[in-house]
Structures are given as C-alpha cells and as structure tokens.
Design a protein around this ligand. Structure first.
Ligand code: ZN
Length: 346
C-alpha cells in the first residue's frame, strides 16, 4: 500500500520533504479484536509537525521509519475473529488511542490514561491506505457523514470538544470564554462551546482568516493578537478577565497573555503546547486561578461530538490534499495557509 513515511527528524522544519510517500507492507490482523480500516481521510495536525521536529522523541518509544497520521476515518476493511459490532464496509471514525479496556483508567472512561498504542504517534498511523486499529477504538459514522469530512474530529475535534465540555460545566450565561487560536482546533472549540453553554465567546488570533472562521463558528467578539490582546479582552470583560480561557496555542506569548486574561478564580485550559508556564506561586494563590491540562478526549466524548456533527452543530472546515501531497499539506499547515484542517485522501 501507499503511505507517507517519516524516515528522520528535522528539528528546524527546514526540509522541503518531511515525509516520503512510498510503497510499504499492508497491516495485518494480529489479535481477535483487531480491525483494519481503509482510510477515507487523515487529518494533518500540528502534532505531526511537533513529531517531525522531534518534540515527542523522548516522550514515546517509537523507532523510525514509521507512518504519521492520528486523525483517521474510513471504512472497515477486515475484522479479527472476535469482532462482533462491526463488519466490512461500515463507515467509522477512529478514537486515536487503542486503550486497554481492562485497566481501571479505561473502566473509568479515561481512555487517554489507559495505556495502549497511539497510532500515528507511537505506532503506524493513517497517512496510508490502510490502518490497523481495534474494535474498541471505533465509532460508527451515520450515513450523513463522510469519513473524509470528519476525520479531524478523531483528534482535533475530540480535543476541542473535550476541553469545551470541561469549561462549559462552569460557564454560566453572562460569563465569558476566551478562545486563543481560532484555527484548526479553535473553530471546533467555539462551536462546541456554543452547543454546550451560553457564555459569550471571545476569539483571539493574529490571523484575519482564523478570526473570520471564528466569526462563522459563533464567536461574538474577535480580538486581533497584535500585542494589545490582553487589554482588549479586559476591556470586553469589564476589567475582570474571562471565567474560562482556552489556549489552543500554548506557545510564545499566548501563555502569559492567556493567564492574564483569566479572571480571579477562573480557569486557564492548556491545549496547545510547546511553551512553558512560568508564574510566581504568590500570583496563583492570590488570584485562585486554576490551570488545567487537556489531552485528546474520551470515547464517549467522540460519540457526543459525532452526534453534534450529525446535527450540523459542529462543522469542520477542511482542505483536501491527495496523500501524495502530504508534504505540501504539512508545509501549508506550518506556513499558516490552511483554513480549518488539512485532510489527506489516499
Ligand atoms: Zn491531532
């Protein structure tokens, strides 16, 4: 089969070819619960760029070469002997983690902390024609949703929904939610917030394209990240800051700005990553702010997100690229040229 393979890291992201599209062996069923999915679409994610630059090298054990792609959807191609809920031809979206269902974390629904492989990060992923996954990771898609149109929901959407659900639990009408980074994840997070609560949503981004997408997605206020974004948000929130700040950037000045936009006793949610949180502990006790980490989402989160997508409450802006143009898609993402999410089609 054809696949886009990562052969070596590129710490400066300076190469023209990050991955190589090559012919590789097809994945095989190894255990009774295994499922092989024929990929309909694979989302291209900033995490893929972070993997290429070697940021994940010390976090996970993976040997190069391997296939990137952790935002996958498609059709069941082949099932193991123990699979009962799925058959060949079923349209499915893949929860990104192959969590071990017997662990306590999995039984509590915390798939992210239940061990198991993460295809595209520490095992072969979906920048390919076929992907090996398991029955437990698959959510059946309704007929109205095509795999290529929802593939990014497997991680980008799931992560955005997971954090929006957490934030919406304490966001009351009349309160404010700031979304920093209104692009790929942000535009989904805004729609999920709209579907789950009645807080006023403020989108912060330096890109006019991303802000336009934020407006279409339901943000009431748009703030350009031009260096004066903290003052602009304080102004919009009567000098208090927002009850929830969701930071989809997590790098550079976004972190300090995000914390400064969070009101006292409010919540700062970190989703994007790569930077460092540095603040005096005294500031934290005086302000009683809560800092919350977020990793992907649970299987039930994915089921709920697909229910929202089916009702048209969460729509994905996607741009399609053939699998053979994986490098173009990765570069367009790096250069901020993708509106919404890039999707590779084998
Ligand atoms: Zn992703």
């Amino acid at each position: 089969m054809k696949a886009a393979v990562l052969n070596s890291y590129d710490t400066t992201l300076g190469r023209s070819d990050f991955v190589v599209v090559a012919e590789v062996p097809e994945p095989k069923i190894k255990a009774p619960s295994d499922v092989i999915v024929r990929i309909g679409g694979a989302g291209v994610c900033r995490t893929d760029l972070h993997i290429i630059e070697g940021l994940w090298r010390d976090r996970v054990s993976v040997t190069l070469p391997y296939i990137l792609g952790h935002e996958n959807a498609g059709w069941v191609e082949e099932v193991g002997s123990g699979v009962t809920a799925l058959k060949r031809g079923d349209a499915v979206i893949c929860h990104p983690l192959l969590s071990n269902g017997a662990t306590l974390a999995a039984r509590r629904g915390n798939d992210m902390h239940a061990g198991g492989a993460f295809p595209g990060i520490d095992a072969n992923g979906g920048y390919a024609e076929l992907l090996a996954t398991t029955e437990r990771a698959l959510v059946k898609l309704p007929q109205t949703l095509a795999p290529k149109d929802v593939a990014p929901h497997a991680d980008a959407g799931l992560t955005a929904y997971h954090v929006a659900k957490k934030a919406s639990r304490h966001l009351l009408p009349g309160e404010y939610a700031v979304v920093i980074g209104a692009g790929g994840l942000g535009h989904i997070g805004i729609q999920a917030l709209r579907a789950l609560c009645a807080a006023t949503i403020i989108a912060v981004d330096r890109s006019p394209t991303a802000l336009a997408l934020a407006r279409e997605s339901g943000a009431e206020h748009l703030v350009t990240a031009d260096g004066n974004e903290v003052a602009a948000v304080l102004d919009l929130t009567h000098g208090n800051g927002a009850e929830a700040v969701i930071d989809f950037v997590g790098e550079g000045s976004a972190i300090a700005h995000g914390l400064a936009m969070t009101r006292n006793a409010g919540f700062y949610y970190v989703v994007g990553y790569g930077g460092k949180i540095e603040l005096p502990t005294m500031d934290l006790i005086v302000s009683e702010k809560t800092i919350v980490g977020n990793l992907v989402g649970t299987y039930p989160d994915l089921v709920e997100l697909i229910a929202l997508a089916e009702r048209g409450r969460v729509r994905l802006a996607t741009r399609e690229y053939p699998l053979s143009q994986a490098n173009t898609a990765l570069h367009d993402l790096k250069d901020g040229k993708v509106k919404g999410r890039a999707v590779l089609i084998p």
